[in-house]
Each structure stands twice: as C-alpha cells, then as structure tokens.
Design a protein around this ligand. Structure first.
Ligand SMILES: [Zn+2]
Length: 400
C-alpha cells in the first residue's frame, strides 16, 4: 500500500508544482485541465466509468451509476502558493481505497463513486466550493457565470476556453439524487490530531465563515508633493482596520484575516486612490461572526472618516455552521474503533453537501498544522492509515 500510495501521489504531485512558491492549481486553467486528465486516467486504469457533470465535477463509478451511491473524494485545485495535500489527499485516497477494497476481495452492494469537486478553494473567482454549491443549488448559475478573476475573465469565458459549457451550470437533481452518502477525506488544517497523538479522526462541525470585501475610496496624488495634511490616503484607514480586526477576533474568540489586497494605482510614488481588501471571518457560531464583522466595519468607518476616505463593506459569501449528522459520523467512528471527533475552521465541499445529503469527513494528521502553504505536510504512514480507514468505512457503507 505504501509503495502504491507513493507512486500515485508522485504522478499527481508534479502537476502545478511551483517548488518553493507552492502549488498554483486554479479552476479551468491548463494546470486544472492536466489535473482533470490525471483523474480521468485514474478512472480508466481501474475500469471505472468516467463522467463530468453539468457543473464540471468529475465522477468515477465502480459499478453502474445510480441512486444510493456511496461517494468519496475531495478537490484537486489549490489556493495560490498552496500545499500538495489540501484536496488531492482525499482524491488519491479515494482511488486507493477502491484498490484496497478490491484487494480485500470486497465488492460494493450499491454504487460507489470517486468525485473531484471543481474549484473548491475559490482562488480564481473568489467564491469557494463553486462545484458543490452549483450542484446543490446554493449558488445560482447566473451569479456563477458572472464571477470574474483578477484579469476580468468571467467564469463562463474560462469554462468555454477550457472546452466546457457554462450554459449547463445549475442545481443537478439527477447527480444529487444518486448520492446516498458522501465521505470526504482531508488533511487536517490544524494540530488537533497531532495534539491527541492520533493519525486519523472525524469532523464534528465546520465553523460558520464568510468573505467581505472592504473598499476604501481615497484620492490619488503625488507622494513627493502632497503635504500629509492634504492627503486622503485610503491605506491609513485600511491599516487601522487590519489591526481592529485582529483585536476584535482576539476578544471574541474568533478568527479574522486580511489575506488579499488590491491597490490602485499600485505605484511606489503614488498615494493610492483606492484599496480593496478582503476580510475572511470565522467563529464557532454565526452570532460571533456577525458581531465581529459589525465591529470591524464600525472601526473601518471611523478610521475612514478621520482621513476623508469613503468605505464600503460588502459580504461576498457567507457559509452557515455545519454540524455533521450524528448517525453517519457515529457509524464511521465505530468502524474506526473510536477515533476522535473534532471541529474545524476550514470550509469543505462536505459542508456544502451536508445540507442535502448525509455527509462526513475523515481527517488525516498534520504534524505542524500548517495548511494553505507549501509547508503543508502529512507523513506517508498517516496517509496510508487514512486510505485504510477510508476503505474500511466504504466497506461498511457500500458493501453490506
Ligand atoms: Zn481542501
């Protein structure tokens, strides 16, 4: 199993690898098409039936596609400068779990599928879990088609350039009706399992989270000739807002991050005319997220007013708390001999699907807890333990 894991992992790990700069695997780019090619090839190698659904999600079926299917998988895209494991570990483990079941001489009593959800990270178009949101109807096809990347390319244009049809996007009753249960294996994005000295665990809940765009409108001017008193510099209230966000998150037991910022005109010797900054907010409950974003917005307004700058704060996406169903989770914990259950602050396709179908997650230990970074890592022994755990879960859910 170890050797097979390393072989399959190696072939995939080369795609979109920027070395020290990490992975850049954005939706509907040539790198994404190479990843999709890899998925198709893995399906073909195993004699699985390959399908791409209306929303670009890829499926590999063991046995005829049909209702009551047990589905496993994750995503292959990455954040900018991402690690190798976030997403791909779940897809690789899914294919290897199929191999493991075949080696155990087990055949499914109901359909079993491996899935690769499109654009989970939202790195290119700004909205996360696009493939699963479209599938379940949480994201409208009209809104999705109009999403734009940093170069102004719409999702519809990007799909067409990649040979896919954006006209077919939308809630997919047929694909949804086939899923009896979804189990997503994922590298843990924290040190919960490392602290518990456990290679594998399950998810109890996903914190509610969202993304807010904060735009500060100031006035461009010369950095050398404009007196400080005459400036309307949007960078200053933005800087205050970043510090206010940290303060608010600390007090409320939440998380707030400004990880993306865009400046106009973005010149060293120019006072910016405009700062667009994106706030990522998360907390154990929705009320805390709301309270924190309200505090940060108020701080932004106060700081902006002090500099003669106008500010707007717009919610771009919000995702409610996900509490994974007890029934499926308890079954998985029992199969795996009482592994720990822990919450996470990271969003996942399993969280989106959980509103429509029974869903669960298996986490694999991340010794440093680092994720969304080239330093993200899981040991081979733990990855192999994850495959064995996933195979046992699939055997219990699909083969009896
Ligand atoms: Zn992920």
């Amino acid at each position: 199993m170890r050797r097979r894991f390393e072989q399959v992992w190696e072939a995939l790990a080369r795609v979109g690898d920027g070395g020290a700069a990490g992975y850049h695997r954005f939706a509907w780019t040539p790198v994404d098409l190479a990843l999709r090619g890899w998925f198709e090839e893995q399906a073909a190698r195993r004699g699985m039936t390959y399908e791409r659904d209306r929303n670009g999600n890829q499926w590999a079926w063991w046995g005829p596609p049909g209702p009551g299917a047990v589905v496993t998988g994750s995503h292959l895209d990455s954040v900018p400068g991402g690690g190798a494991f976030d997403g791909p570990l779940g897809v690789v483990s899914a294919f290897l779990a199929v191999d493991e079941l075949r080696e155990r001489g087990v055949t499914p009593a109901r359909p079993l599928a491996v899935v690769n959800f499109t654009d989970e990270e939202g790195a290119r178009f700004g909205v996360a879990c696009v493939g699963s949101r479209l599938l379940t109807g949480v994201l409208s096809p009209a809104d999705a088609r109009e999403l734009r990347d940093a170069d102004g390319v719409t999702l519809a244009e990007a799909m067409r350039a990649a040979g896919a049809d954006p006209g077919a996007l939308g809630r997919d009753e047929e694909a949804l009706a086939r899923i009896g249960a979804f189990v997503e294996l994922h590298i843990e994005q924290g040190r919960g399992l490392a602290d518990l000295d456990a290679p594998v665990g399950v998810a109890s809940a996903i914190w509610p989270h969202g993304r807010w765009r904060c735009t500060f409108h100031g006035e461009a001017n010369h950095a050398g000739t404009t007196r400080l008193a005459d400036r309307h510099d949007p960078m200053l209230p933005f800087a205050s807002t970043v510090l206010a966000a940290r303060d608010s998150a600390e007090r409320l037991g939440a998380l707030a991050t400004f990880g993306k910022v865009r400046l106009d005109p973005n010149g060293t010797n120019a006072i910016p005319s405009r700062v667009d900054a994106w706030l990522d907010g998360r907390a154990p409950d929705a009320e805390t997220v709301r309270a924190m974003v309200a505090e940060i917005t108020a701080a932004a307004r106060t700081a902006a007013a002090g500099h003669g700058v106008r500010v707007e704060v717009v919610a771009e996406s919000t995702t409610p708390v996900v509490r994974f169903g007890h029934e499926l989770r308890d079954r998985i914990v029992a199969v795996l001999g009482g592994v720990p259950a822990l919450p996470t602050g990271a969003g996942h396709d399993a969280g989106i699907l959980s509103a429509s179908v029974p869903s669960a997650m298996i986490f694999v230990r991340n010794p440093t807890g680092v994720s969304h970074s080239p330093a993200e890592h899981a040991g081979v022994d733990d990855c192999v333990a994850g495959v064995a755990a996933l195979a046992s879960v699939l055997e219990q859910l699909a083969c009896r």
